[in-house]
Write a new protein. Structure first.
Length: 560
C-alpha cells in the first residue's frame, strides 16, 4: 500500500455550502492505494475501498490541507473546468466521506442504509471464504464458461418443451409440501448466490469484508460485502464478481427444468418447475441496473465509472429541477447522453420496489387477524413517513440551490393541487376478492372467518379465476346472488394458493354465484373478483390500505 495523506488542521466550513473561499481538509481516515499496474488508485475510508480515482484526483485530494482555498486548488488542478463544475466535484468528495467533517464510520455488525435496508453481519467473512475457497478445486475459466453455457442451453430447451406445463404451474395452487420445499430451496439458493460473490472475489485475490442477513426494501435476504472488488485492476474480474450471484440462480433454474423432465411424480415435477421460474424471476430482478443490484454493480464495473448511480441521479435531479423550478444549469457529473434518463430511472426504481414490497406484504397478511392488520397499517404509515421525509429533503435542497422562491412555491402548489384533483377525478374500478367453492347446490363466495362483514352487492359482476401462486387464469364469469351468511369449512386452496389434501379451514359463505354457461368446467375452488362499483383513486387507496386491513379489528370489537 502507498498511503498518501495531507497535513491536518481544523477544516473550514466542513458542512457549510462550498464556496471559492472554502478550505477543505482530507479526512484523517482516508488513504490511497495503487490499483495494479495502471494509473488508477483506490480511495479507502477506514480501510474500506470507496472508489477508484485517477492520479490527478489523488493529488488534488492530498493537496486539501485545510489552509488552501478551493479557488487556489481550482487554478492549480482544474483550470480548464468551470468554477461551478469544480465545486460540484468537491461536493461529491464530501458526500463520499473523503473530507473532514463528512467521513462516516465503516459498517459493522449492525448497519442501516437509507431508505429501507437493515444489515446484520459477521466480520469473519474473509476467513470463512478463505477456507471455503481452499475446499473447491479450481477449474480453468474456459471450462467453467463452456459448462455453464451447456447447462443454460439445456435449460432453455427444457423450458420450451414444458411451456404449457409452466403456465399451468404458475396459475394453479401448489401442494403445501411443495411450498415448504420451495421456500427452503429458494433460501438455500439465495445463500449460494451470495456465497458465489464472496468466492469469486476471494479467487481473484480480494477479501469479502462482511456477510450476513438483511432486510432489503422490506424483503429478507442474505448479503456479502464485496466492496474490496474495487482493488481488482481488471474490470472483467469485477464484472465476474458481480455476475457470479445471478449465474447461480440461472444455473439452478436450468438444472431444475432439466430435472423436471426426468421426474414422473407430478408434485415433485411441479415444485421443480416453480423453483425454476422463481429463480428466473430473481435473475431478471437482479439484472435491473437502476437499483444497487448485481446488474448495476456489473454495469458500473464494465464502464469503470465509480458511483455511477449517484452521479447520474445528481444529473437527473438537476435536469428535473431546472425544468420545474428553473434551477441553475450545471455541468453533468457524467458527460454522456444517457446520464439524465438513467438517473431519473434510478430515482423512480427504488420507490416502485418499496411500493411493490408493501403491496405484496398487504396481500400476504390479508385476513391474518387484528394483530396483522395493525401491523400492515403501521408498515404503511412508516413507509409514507419515510417518503415524506425524503421528499422534504429534496425540496429543501432545491430551494437552497438558488431557484426563485415564488416559482418554487407556485410549482409546488400546482403539483399538490394536480395530485389532489387527479386522485378525486381518476375513476378506479373497485373490486373485492373472495374465494369460491363449488358446492352441491351451486357456486358460493367465501371469506376467511373473522375477516370482517364482507357484504357483497346482489347482482354484481363476478370473474372466477384460478388461484395460482404467481398468476391467475380466468375460468368463468357470473353474477352474485344474495344468500344468507353462514359459517362453513372449505379446502385450504379456496383461500390461499396452496393446497393440502384433507385440510380444511373455517370460512363464511357471503353470497352465491350464477355462473354464465354452467359450472361444469370449474375446479372445486379458486379466486373470485367481485365488481363493487367505481371509486376515485383516493377512496380506493383508503379502502385497500386502511379499511380492509383493519376490518378484522372492527369485527373482533363487535364480537367482544
Amino acid at each position: 500500500m502507498t498511503p498518501l495523506r495531507s497535513a491536518r488542521r481544523r477544516p473550514s466550513g466542513a458542512t457549510a455550502p462550498l464556496t471559492a473561499d472554502t478550505c477543505p481538509l482530507l479526512a484523517s481516515e482516508v488513504v490511497f492505494e495503487k490499483a495494479g499496474e495502471g494509473e488508477a488508485w483506490i480511495a479507502l475510508v477506514h480501510g474500506v475501498p470507496s472508489s477508484r480515482l485517477s492520479r490527478t484526483v489523488v493529488e488534488l485530494l492530498t493537496a486539501m490541507d485545510g489552509r488552501t482555498t478551493l479557488h487556489v486548488l481550482h487554478r492549480r488542478f482544474a483550470a480548464s473546468e468551470s468554477a461551478e463544475s469544480f465545486l460540484q466535484l468537491v461536493g461529491r468528495f464530501r458526500d463520499s466521506g473523503l473530507l473532514e467533517g463528512a467521513a462516516k464510520p465503516p459498517p459493522g455488525r449492525v448497519s442501516y442504509r437509507p431508505p429501507f435496508t437493515l444489515q446484520l453481519a459477521t466480520l469473519r467473512a474473509p476467513a470463512l471464504f478463505g477456507r471455503l475457497d481452499r475446499l473447491i478445486v479450481p477449474l480453468p475459466p474456459r471450462v467453467l464458461l463452456v459448462s455453464a453455457a451447456v447447462v443454460l442451453g439445456s435449460g432453455c430447451l427444457a423450458a420450451i418443451l414444458q411451456a404449457e406445463e409452466l403456465w399451468e404451474v404458475v396459475t394453479r395452487p401448489l401442494p403445501l409440501s411443495g411450498f415448504v420445499v420451495l421456500v427452503a430451496a429458494l433460501s438455500l439458493t439465495t445463500l449460494l448466490h451470495e456465497s458465489a460473490h464472496g468466492l469469486a472475489l476471494t479467487r481473484f485475490g480480494g477479501r469479502p469484508r462482511r456477510a450476513g442477513f438483511m432486510l432489503f426494501y422490506l424483503t429478507p435476504a442474505f448479503f456479502v460485502d464485496v466492496t474490496d472488488g474495487w482493488r481488482l485492476s481488471d474490470r472483467r474480474q469485477r464484472v465476474a464478481v458481480a455476475l457470479a450471484g445471478p449465474a447461480v440462480h440461472a444455473l439452478v433454474a436450468a438444472i431444475a427444468l432439466v430435472g423436471a423432465l426426468a421426474v414422473p411424480q407430478p408434485a415433485v415435477r411441479q415444485t421443480l418447475q416453480l423453483l425454476a421460474l422463481s429463480c428466473a424471476v430473481i435473475v431478471l430482478l437482479n439484472l435491473i441496473p437502476f437499483v444497487r443490484f448485481d446488474g448495476y454493480i456489473a454495469l458500473m464495473s464494465a464502464l469503470d465509472e465509480p458511483n455511477l448511480r449517484g452521479r447520474t441521479i445528481r444529473d437527473g435531479a438537476d435536469s428535473l429541477s431546472r425544468l420545474l423550478f428553473g434551477g441553475p444549469r450545471r455541468s453533468r457529473s457524467l458527460p454522456v447522453w444517457w446520464s439524465v434518463p438513467f438517473g431519473l430511472a434510478s430515482l423512480i426504481a427504488p420507490a416502485v420496489l418499496v411500493l411493490f414490497a408493501v403491496a405484496r406484504t398487504v396481500q400476504a397478511l390479508a385476513g391474518g387477524g387484528p394483530v396483522l392488520g395493525l401491523f400492515v397499517v403501521a408498515l404503511e404509515a412508516v413507509v409514507l413517513a419515510a417518503g415524506v421525509v425524503l421528499l422534504a429533503r429534496v425540496l429543501r435542497r432545491v430551494l437552497r440551490s438558488g431557484v426563485s422562491r415564488l416559482r418554487f412555491l407556485s410549482v409546488c402548489a400546482l403539483l399538490v393541487a394536480g395530485g389532489v384533483a387527479a386522485g378525486v377525478l381518476i375513476p378506479v374500478p373497485a373490486t373485492a376478492s373472495y374465494g369460491f367453492s363449488v358446492e352441491e347446490d351451486g357456486v358460493v363466495l367465501v371469506r376467511a372467518d373473522g375477516e370482517g362483514p364482507g357484504a357483497v352487492p346482489d347482482g354484481a359482476r363476478v370473474v372466477l379465476l384460478s388461484r395460482g401462486i404467481l398468476a391467475n387464469e380466468e375460468l368463468g364469469k357470473g353474477r352474485t346472488r344474495h344468500r344468507r351468511a353462514e359459517r362453513t369449512t372449505v379446502p385450504l386452496d379456496a383461500l390461499f394458493p396452496v393446497r393440502a389434501d384433507d385440510l380444511s379451514v373455517p370460512a363464511v359463505i357471503v353470497a352465491g354465484v350464477d355462473v354464465f354457461g354452467g359450472r361444469e368446467m370449474l375446479p372445486p375452488t379458486g379466486l373470485a373478483r367481485v365488481d363493487i362499483g367505481v371509486k376515485n383513486l383516493w377512496q380506493t387507496l383508503w379502502a385497500v390500505g386502511v379499511v380492509a386491513p383493519l376490518s378484522p379489528l372492527r369485527s373482533a370489537e363487535r364480537k367482544g
